[in-house]
Each structure stands twice: as C-alpha cells, then as structure tokens.
Design a binder for this molecule. Structure first.
Ligand code: NAD
Ligand code: DAU
Length: 364
C-alpha cells in the first residue's frame, strides 16, 4: 500500500450534506460527487437566494441517493434536524454570499450567512458529532477563498497556507471570520474540520454577475464589456472541475485541522482574459451583434478597495495529497464558452429585473 492509499479513510458510503449545492461551485460539486461516489447519499441544503438555482440539479431529481432541501444555514433547528434525520457524517460547506461587488453595496447579508451561518453549521455539527461518539471519520469541509490573504504585489510569492490573513472587502472579511471559526472548532473541540482556500473558479453554471460569464453573455448580447480600473489586476483561474477533484482528495485524504490552498497556476491580467474571451467567442459563436467583439471592451470606474493580484502556491495539496489541476486555461475557456453558447435557456432567465437593478447600481 502506498502512503497515499494509507491516508485514505474507510470506503463505507458517506452521507454528505452539501450546503449551497444549488450555486455555481456547489452544483458542480454535487454532479461530480454523484458521478464519482455513486453509493454515497447527497443532501443539498440551499436557501435559493438570487445565486441559487434548483435547475442546476434538475437531472439528479430522480436519483434516490439525492435529496434537495430548501432552507437557510442560519436556521439552527432545521440544520440540527437534517443532520440527525439523515445521519450526516460529512459536511461540504459552500453556502455563502460570494460576490465582492454585492458585499460593497450591502455587507449585512455577508456577515449573516458567511459568519453566523457557518457558526450555526459548526455548532450544530459539533453536537451531532458528540452524539456519534466523536467518530474520527466524520468531516466538516469548509470551502473558502484566497481573498482572505489580501492583495499581492507584482513580485510577491503566491499565497501559502501560512500567509497572514489580510482581508480587504466585506466579502473576504466575512470569509476570514468563518475560516477562524472552523479553525477554532478543531483546536478547541477536536472537531474534524478542514478548510480549503481556493482561487477564482470558472466553468458551467457560473452566475452572470462574475467576470467570465458576464463577459461571455454581454458579447452574445452586444453589450459593453466592463473592465474595472486599468484592467491590470491579476487573478489565478481554476476550472471548477479541477476544484471538485481537489475537494474530493481533501475530504478523503486531508488531515483534520489543516488548511489546503487550491489554485489553477493560471495568473492572468483581467484585460488579457477579456481579450481571450472575445477572441474565442468570435471563433465559436455563429452569430454576434458586434464582431470583432473586443470593440465592446469599456474601461469603467474601479471597484472600491480592488485587490491587485491573487496567486496560489498549491505545493501542499500537490505534495501531501497528490492533486494538481488538469485543465489548461485555453481548454477551460473553450469548454466554458461552448457551454454558455449551448445553454442560453439556462442564463437568459437569470437576467431578471433584480439582476438589471443590481447591474445598474454597479455599472451606472
Ligand atoms: P454562489 O454565489 O454561486 O452560490 C452560493 C449558494 O449558496 C447559492 O446556491 C445560494 O442560494 C446559497 N446560499 C446563500 N446563502 C445561503 C443561506 N443563508 N443558507 C443556505 N444557502 C445559502 O457561490 P460559489 O461561487 O459557488 O461559491 C461557493 C463557495 O466557494 C463560497 O463559500 C465561496 O466563498 C467559495 N469560493 C468561491 C470561489 C469562486 O471563484 N466562485 C473561489 C473560492 C472560494
Ligand atoms: O479569488 C476567489 C474569489 O473569486 C471568490 O472568493 C469569489 O467568491 C469570486 O466571486 C471571485 O472574486 P473576484 O472578485 O476575483 O471575481 P469577479 O469575477 O467578480 O472579478 C474578477 C476580476 O475581474 C476582479 O479583478 C474584478 C474584475 N471585474 C469584475 C467584473 C464583474 C471587472 O473588471 N469587471 C467586471 O464587470
């Protein structure tokens, strides 16, 4: 047996509670998990906020190992009942308010869901885990972000697991608060929490408020492509399928109490990314209102407190758990654009009045 196999836990089917499973990464994770762990039971708990979409999971509705529950992670009695009723042994916690621009417009929901919601889950799971005799195979995976580490200078080393926390937006500050709670539950109670800090994801089911889907959809609609500030901000892009594989190895082989950074090794300036999206869209889309679509690029007022650069050093998860990203940025962008081209019925209804009002308040 290799040391990699030795670290793996029992192969008994898991009973997984996925919070935020109707959102972008959560729904990709649920599809991934149901595909790769067919004997496991998967229960999604999601409040279906503007970012949650039941249709993301529609093809799983007839799967007897899958259940969807609409509810709020801040609702303690609901969370406790669900943990008990479904005899949950694994929590994969994605539920969050996730968009930086919305956190600037209205931080309240971010503190409520990201801090109080995570606390509610941790505290409910602690009692549930106590009742299970502190079973060492239980896991609480807390999915977090690289934004908790703040902003890098051009020559700084990418974020490692020991980089100091320095969150700059209400979103990242609320995620940092939730990370500290997850850490404290391990150190104080010995509860088997693991935290992952991941870079920018992209792929199918990505809500149109974020840079990549917003750019793709605006190209298709012939609308301006807003680039904040000078467009020189850098993000490290990770294909969402690679993220799901990373979370699988963390759940099954990660060490309780540890944190793991997950990144795509794909640092790109925003303006270069938008140019790439325009180029690939021009190649793949049969009809476009404006071609070449780069004519739509429009520099707009910068985001308040805009972090300049994020980059992840993913050495720990590579050396300890054997994970590396597989998708190239070029391949991932092609696949993502194909998905938005062939799933117009998915994104059209999301451009609702609420979305138009939000859009007007950010880009006015
Ligand atoms: P998302 O906004 O697409 O989805 C969030 C989901 O959580 C939605 O389905 C929403 O309905 C649900 N939700 C919100 N508040 C809730 C509540 N109070 N109770 C129950 N459900 C609630 O987010 P995402 O982009 O899929 O991100 C998922 C997680 O991954 C978040 O914790 C985020 O901080 C983290 N993360 C995201 C990225 C990224 O690039 N998107 C990168 C790193 C980490
Ligand atoms: O780094 C991980 C984080 O990535 C996650 O924790 C967040 O949940 C996720 O939303 C994402 O945050 P960002 O703020 O980096 O993603 P967003 O897609 O909003 O923006 C990416 C970059 O593009 C950022 O530098 C801001 C810029 N941008 C964004 C939008 C929406 C623009 O220039 N124009 C835009 O219209």
């Amino acid at each position: 047996m290799t040391s990699f196999e030795e670290q793996s836990l029992s192969s008994e089917p898991r009973r997984v509670l996925v919070t935020g499973g109707a959102g972008f990464i959560g729904s990709n994770f649920v599809h991934y998990w149901c595909q790769n762990h067919k004997s496991d039971r998967v229960i999604v708990l999601d409040a279906l906020t503007y970012a949650g979409n039941r249709r993301n999971l529609i093809d799983l509705e007839n799967n007897e190992n899958f259940r969807f529950v609409q509810g709020d992670i801040c609702d303690r009695s609901l969370v406790e009942a669900l943990l008990q009723e479904e005899n949950i042994d694994t929590v994969a916690h994605f539920a969050a308010e996730s968009h930086v621009d919305r956190s600037i417009l209205g931080p309240d929901a971010f503190v409520r869901t990201n801090v109080v919601g995570t606390f509610t889950l941790l505290e409910s799971f602690r009692h549930h885990w106590d009742r299970a005799g502190n079973n060492s195979e239980y896991r609480f995976l807390h999915v977090s972000t690289d934004e908790v580490y703040g902003s890098l200078g051009p020559n700084d080393h990418p974020f490692t697991e020991t980089t100091n926390y320095a969150p700059n937006s209400p979103y990242s500050a609320s995620k940092a608060g939730s990370d500290h709670l997850a850490r404290a539950y391990y150190h104080t109670y010995g509860m088997p929490t693991i935290t992952t800090n991941c870079s920018n994801n992209y792929g199918p089911y990505h809500f149109p408020e974020k840079l990549i889907p917003l750019t793709c959809i605006n190209i298709l609609l012939g609308k301006p492509l807003p680039v904040y500030g000078d467009g020189q901000n850098i993000r490290d892009w990770l294909y969402v399928g690679d993220h799901c594989r990373a979370l699988d190895v963390v759940i099954n082989k990660g060490k309780p109490g540890e944190t793991y950074n997950i990144g795509g090794n794909n640092e790109v300036k925003n303006i270069d990314l938008v140019h790439t999206l325009c180029k690939v869209m021009d190649e793949l889309a049969p009809k476009l209102p404006v071609r070449p679509s780069q004519e739509l690029i429009t520099f707009v007022k910068d985001r308040a407190g805009h972090d300049r650069r994020y980059a992840i050093d993913a050495t720990k998860i590579k050396t300890e758990l054997g994970w590396t990203p597989q998708q190239t940025l070029e391949g991932g962008i092609h696949q993502t654009i194909e998905w938005y081209l062939t799933h117009q019925e998915w994104w059209q209804p999301l451009l609702s009045k609420e979305y138009q009002d939000y859009y007007a308040s950010v880009y006015a």
